[in-house]
Design a protein around this ligand. Structure first.
Ligand SMILES: [Zn+2]
Length: 222
């Protein structure tokens, strides 16, 4: 058989013109738009996916390292205020003291009901290590985790939880519930409470006082 299809004149057929969509530019092609028209970073501290700088805490594992990590979490918490969020911060520390992830409350700033500090920090840590299991890691957070975050840290296989202030209204690590130490779960992290608790509480009290809350706030409403 010949290379040329029957009925065609000798030589190459006419090139087919490229298909062009009739929609105006920008109305379709969402993937391309997302790639090329990346919105500018919002002003302020919203940066859940930002790569974490390789900070390593000098203190050996133990109370001193927990306190140093809580200082980082408090600094993170302070960043939440610029976005209109309740100041709650969290860091995830590796077994060697490396800061794997950091995060603060971005619920208002990101319009994200799951934008709690712990979730942001856990996601950052998992991205940093390229693994959803954070075995051996310590999650350090300024306020007792809620049910969502307590569940998330168990699912992430975090081995230690360190928190500062108690959340009597919505806490899920000893106050209202004790999700992470439920004996029905296979994975039960060690829990250390009350680290730098006065500082953690003061940060929250100041935030709500400046918003002229009529009474002590319901931290569960963060
Ligand atoms: Zn939470």
């Amino acid at each position: 058989m010949s290379d040329t299809a029957p009925g065609h004149p000798a030589g190459r057929p006419e090139p087919v013109p490229p298909v062009r969509l009739t929609e105006p530019a920008g109305s379709v092609q969402p993937a391309e738009a997302a790639e090329s028209v990346r919105p500018a970073e919002p002003a302020g501290p919203v940066r859940p996916a930002e790569p974490v700088p390789p900070i390593r805490l000098a203190e050996p594992a133990g109370p001193d390292r927990d306190l140093a990590a809580m200082r980082l979490a408090l600094a993170e918490a302070a960043l939440a205020v610029a976005g209109g969020d309740v100041p709650i911060g969290a860091v995830v520390i590796g077994t060697d003291g490396t800061v794997l992830g950091r995060g603060h409350n971005i619920r208002e700033a990101a319009a994200d009901p799951t934008g709690h500090a712990e979730i942001v920090a856990l996601r950052a840590a998992a991205t940093a290590v390229g693994e959803w299991r954070l075995t051996g890691a310590t999650l350090v957070v300024t306020l007792e985790p809620c049910t969502m975050c307590a569940g998330a840290l168990v699912l992430a296989r975090v081995d230690r939880l360190v928190y500062g202030a108690i959340d009597e209204k919505a806490g899920a690590v000893g106050s209202l519930w004790d999700v992470v130490r439920d004996r029905r779960l296979n994975h039960r992290p060690e829990v250390i409470t009350g680290v730098a608790a006065p500082d953690c509480t003061a940060l929250l009290d100041t935030f709500f006082a400046e918003r002229r809350a009529p009474r002590r706030p319901h931290f569960g409403d963060r």
